[in-house]
Design a protein around this ligand. Structure first.
Ligand code: ACM
Length: 514
C-alpha cells in the first residue's frame, strides 16, 4: 500500500465485496458513499450488515481505521475526509483490476485492521497549466490520481508570461489575447529552438467551478494562483497599459520575462479585480499571488514588491482570505498571515518559520517533478538537477534544527509540476509518476517509513497505476519513444544549483538562521 499506513495487522479470511453487498452510512457521509459506489462500480444499496461508514470525532480529522473481518467491513474516520482515505485504502486492498473503469466486479477483501493518519495537513501538488494548457478532463484525472495517493491540496498555477488561463470580468483581452502564443520553445531555452505552432487555451468560470467541486468531492482543496507582479507578460500583452512600455505578444520562450506590471493605480485595480474573481470562483482561504522571480529592470531597479504584496494581502484580508506566495515574499518582510511556499532550497522553510510564518516546503532540488529522473540520455528534455525516485522519497518537509514551535508552522510539503517541457497529460504522467507516489508517502510520513520498504511495494503499486492507465516512468528507465531529441535539455549539477540558490536567496534575512 502507498502511502504506507501507520499500522496494518492482517488477520484470517476475507470479506466478500460484491453486487449484493449493502452499505450503511450516516447522512453526513453521503458524499463519500456516493464516491465509493462509483469508484468500486458496485450498487452498495443502503442497508445493514455489510460495509459500514462512520465518523468518530475522537480520531484526528484525516485519521481513519479500516476493520475488515469475513463478516463486516467498517471504515471509521475522524471526519468525511478520514472516511474517504479509508475508502482509498480499501481500493488498494483490492486487486488492481478493481481500479479499472469497467470489467468484472466482486472481490475478496483480506481481513485486516488498519489504523492510519497523516503527519502533515498540507500534502500538496502544484500543476502549471500556464506553460501548457491542460484540458479540464486531464485536470480532473490529475486530481483523481493525487487523491488516490491521499494528497489533499491542488495548487493551480493559472497564469504566467507564456499564457493566461483565467477569465476575469471586465478584462476580456486576458483570454482573447493573453491565453494564446504564436509558438512554443522546444527544449531548454539555451537552445533557442521553437516549434512554429500556436498554443493556448483558457478555462471558463464553469470549468473552474467544476474542478473545485470535483476536487472537493475527493477532499482536495484547490488553491489558485495568479502570479504577480512579475510573470505577467501575457497580461501586459493583453493590456499594454498595465506594463512599462512593452508592446508585444505573449512570451514564446521559456524563462522569466522582464515585462512586469507597472504598479500604477490601473494595475492595482487590475490585480484587485483578479483577486476578487479568484475569491468568487475558489472557496480556498488561501489565494496564491505568486511573487517569485520579479525582475526590477522596468522599475529602474527599485524594489516595489513588498509594498505591493502588502496591498494585495490587505485586499484579501478584507475578504477573509490570506495570501499564499513563493518565498520571495519574505524579502522585505511578508505580511502577517501570509503562507509561504518555500522553493529555493531548504533554507527558506527555516527562515519562514523563524519569521513566524506558516510555510509549505517545496524545495526545487527535492520535489520539482520537471527535473530529470536519471542521467539516461533517453530522458525527455532533461532539466534541473538529478531527482531520482529515491531522492524524492527522502524528502522531509521539516528541515533539521527547528524548534517545536517552528515545526508547528511547517504545514507540510508540496511537489511542483512545471510544464514547460510537458505538453500533454501523457508527458505529465511520465514526469509525475511514480515520483508523486514516493512524495505522497514522504508527506503522509508514517513513523519508520523506509525506501527499501517502498521499493518492495512499488511493483504492486505500478500494477495499480497500470490499471489506472497512468503513463508512469518505468523503473528500468525511459522507453525509446519517451526521448525528445527534438527538445534538448540543460541538465544541472547539484553543486552548481546550490551555489545559484545561495545567490538567489542572498536577500533573505539570514540572521534568522543563526
Ligand atoms: C518557482 O519555481 N519560480 C516558484
Amino acid at each position: 500500500m502507498i502511502p504506507e499506513p501507520v499500522s496494518m495487522v492482517a488477520a484470517e479470511g476475507a470479506f466478500a465485496l460484491g453486487a449484493d453487498t449493502l452499505l450503511d452510512a450516516p447522512a453526513e457521509l453521503a458524499g463519500v458513499a456516493s464516491w465509493l459506489r462509483t469508484t468500486l462500480r458496485l450498487p452498495l444499496a443502503p442497508g445493514g450488515g455489510g460495509v459500514g461508514l462512520r465518523v468518530d470525532p475522537a480520531l484526528g480529522p484525516e485519521a481513519y481505521e479500516v476493520r475488515c473481518t469475513p463478516e463486516r467491513l467498517e471504515i471509521t474516520g475522524g471526519s468525511a475526509a478520514g472516511v474517504f482515505y479509508g475508502g482509498q485504502t480499501l481500493r488498494q486492498l483490492l486487486p488492481p483490476q478493481a481500479l479499472r473503469r469497467a470489467g468484472p466486479v466482486g472481490w475478496a477483501v483480506p481481513a485486516v485492521t488498519i489504523s492510519d493518519r497523516p503527519r502533515f495537513g498540507w500534502r500538496g501538488v502544484m500543476l502549471d497549466v500556464a506553460r501548457h494548457f491542460m484540458p479540464v478532463a486531464d485536470v480532473l484525472r490529475f486530481v483523481d490520481l493525487a487523491a488516490f495517493h491521499k494528497l489533499n491540496v491542488l495548487h493551480l498555477h493559472l497564469t504566467d508570461d507564456q499564457g493566461w488561463r483565467l477569465p476575469v470580468p471586465g478584462w476580456p483581452r486576458l483570454t482573447e489575447v493573453g491565453a494564446w502564443r504564436s509558438e512554443s520553445m522546444l527544449g531548454a531555452r539555451q537552445h533557442a529552438r521553437f516549434d512554429g505552432r500556436p498554443h493556448g487555451g483558457f478555462y471558463t468560470a464553469g470549468d473552474l467551478r467544476e474542478i473545485v467541486a470535483y476536487a472537493g468531492e475527493r477532499h482536495v482543496r484547490v488553491v489558485p494562483e495568479v502570479d504577480m507582479p512579475g510573470h505577467m507578460q501575457a497580461a501586459v500583452a493583453a493590456y499594454p497599459k498595465l506594463g512599462n512600455g512593452f508592446e508585444g505578444g505573449v512570451r514564446t520562450g521559456w524563462g522569466i520575462s522582464s515585462h512586469v506590471l507597472n504598479l500604477g493605480d490601473e494595475a492595482l485595480r487590475f490585480c484587485r479585480d483578479v483577486l476578487d474573481e479568484l475569491c468568487e470562483l475558489f472557496p480556498s482561504e488561501l489565494i496564491g499571488i505568486g511573487g517569485d522571480e520579479c525582475p526590477r529592470d522596468e522599475w529602474g531597479g527599485e524594489d516595489r514588491q513588498p509594498a505591493f504584496t502588502a496591498l494585495m494581502a490587505e485586499h484579501l484580508a478584507a475578504r477573509g482570505r490570506r495570501i499564499y506566495g513563493w518565498d520571495e515574499i519574505l524579502e522585505g518582510g511578508a505580511p502577517a498571515g501570509a503562507v509561504v511556499a518555500a522553493w529555493r532550497g531548504a533554507e527558506p522553510t527555516t527562515i519562514a518559520a523563524r519569521s513566524g510564518h506558516q510555510v509549505v516546503s517545496c524545495p526545487d532540488i527535492s520535489v520539482y517533478l520537471d527535473y530529470r529522473q536519471s542521467d539516461d540520455p533517453g530522458e525527455p528534455t532533461p532539466v534541473g538537477t538529478l531527482l531520482s525516485l529515491a531522492e524524492v522519497y527522502a524528502f522531509s518537509a521539516v528541515p533539521e534544527g527547528l524548534s517545536e514551535a517552528e515545526r508547528e508552522l511547517v504545514l507540510g510539503g508540496q511537489a511542483n509540476v512545471w510544464t514547460e517541457h510537458m505538453e500533454t497529460a501523457r508527458q505529465v504522467d511520465y514526469m509525475t509518476y511514480p515520483r508523486l507516489s514516493a512524495f505522497a508517502e514522504a508527506v503522509w510520513d508514517a513513523p519508520g517509513r523506509s525506501y527499501a520498504s517502498f521499493e518492495a511495494r512499488l511493483p504492486g503499486h505500478l500494477e495499480r497505476l497500470d490499471a489506472l492507465a497512468v503513463n508512469y516512468r518505468p523503473v528500468s528507465g525511459p522507453r525509446p519513444w519517451d526521448a525528445r531529441p527534438d527538445a534538448p535539455g540543460n541538465p544541472r549539477e547539484l553543486q552548481d544549483r546550490l551555489a545559484e540558490l545561495a545567490e538567489m536567496t542572498a536577500r533573505l534575512d539570514r540572521s534568522k538562521l543563526a
